[in-house]
Design a protein around this ligand. Structure first.
Ligand SMILES: *Cc1c(COP(=O)(O)O)cnc(C)c1O
Length: 225
């Protein structure tokens, strides 16, 4: 794939996706490993939210553009990286422990910011995966809700990786159930607005199961190098 062709493809891919996604669904362009130039192409085509897994890479991309987009952290956040992360990101989609929440709260207080977060659910109960087990989500949400410089805005899940996206459905359904229950509880200082589920091979299933935020990399930027 030559450079010009590749960049045109990125624009086309974003436009096609934005046309396909129903109203009210947010597209997060999962940009790990992509250059600032590639990210800029996607933004020029209408992408409003960039999802990043690495802080260094994000800072580099941000330095070379001043586009008015949201930057979401979607990777695994280590506590020693939180200070930088809260400066760089507009949302953290991968909150998975009280200890991490307390660090985010503390660092946000220092810079006078309230960080919107999604709680990451380990819906596949996979040992090697990050996220909170489904049965522990409610307790974590309640604990975190009392921290003044963090605002819980919903849930995120990856689910196990399958060749057949249909196999992801039960994990999306379970996460949706938790989302609905928490919404009903109507906890103080908790807003169950975003349900972030679905990637390139599974986003259509996720949409059927109630996702209103999808994180898509390959279908925008091509196969990762
Ligand atoms: C890379 C990544 C995605 C996107 O994956 P694709 O299969 O390339 O669409 C979504 N969510 C997270 C957390 C990721 O790390």
């Amino acid at each position: 794939m030559d450079l010009i062709g590749g960049q045109m493809a990125i624009k086309e891919n974003v436009k096609t996706l934005l046309e396909e996604l129903p109203d009210g669904v947010e597209l997060v362009g999962a940009a790990k490993g992509r250059t600032a130039r590639e990210i800029k192409e996607a933004i020029d085509a209408g992408l409003k939210i960039v999802g990043e897994n690495y802080i260094q890479e994000t800072m580099l991309a941000q330095k070379s553009m001043n586009e008015d987009v949201g930057w979401h952290f979607i990777g695994h956040l280590q506590r020693n990286k939180v200070k930088k992360a809260v400066e760089v990101f507009d949302m953290i989609e991968s909150l998975d422990s009280l200890r991490l929440a307390e660090e985010i709260d503390k660092r946000c207080r220092e810079i006078g910011k309230v960080m919107p977060v999604l709680v990451e659910v380990n819906s596949g109960r996979e040992e090697q995966k990050f996220g909170v087990l489904p049965e522990d989500v409610e307790e974590l949400v309640k604990e975190v809700s009392s921290l003044p410089n963090i605002k819980i805005m919903g849930l995120m899940t990856m689910g196990p990786r399958f060749g057949n996206p249909e196999d992801s459905r039960p994990y999306f359904q379970e996460t949706r159930k938790i989302f609905g229950r928490l919404k009903q509880l109507d906890l103080p200082d908790v807003e169950m607005r975003y349900l972030s589920m679905g990637m390139t091979n599974s986003y259509r299933i996720a949409l059927e199961e109630g996702a209103n935020m999808v994180r898509i990399g390959t279908k925008i930027f091509g196969e990762r190098r």
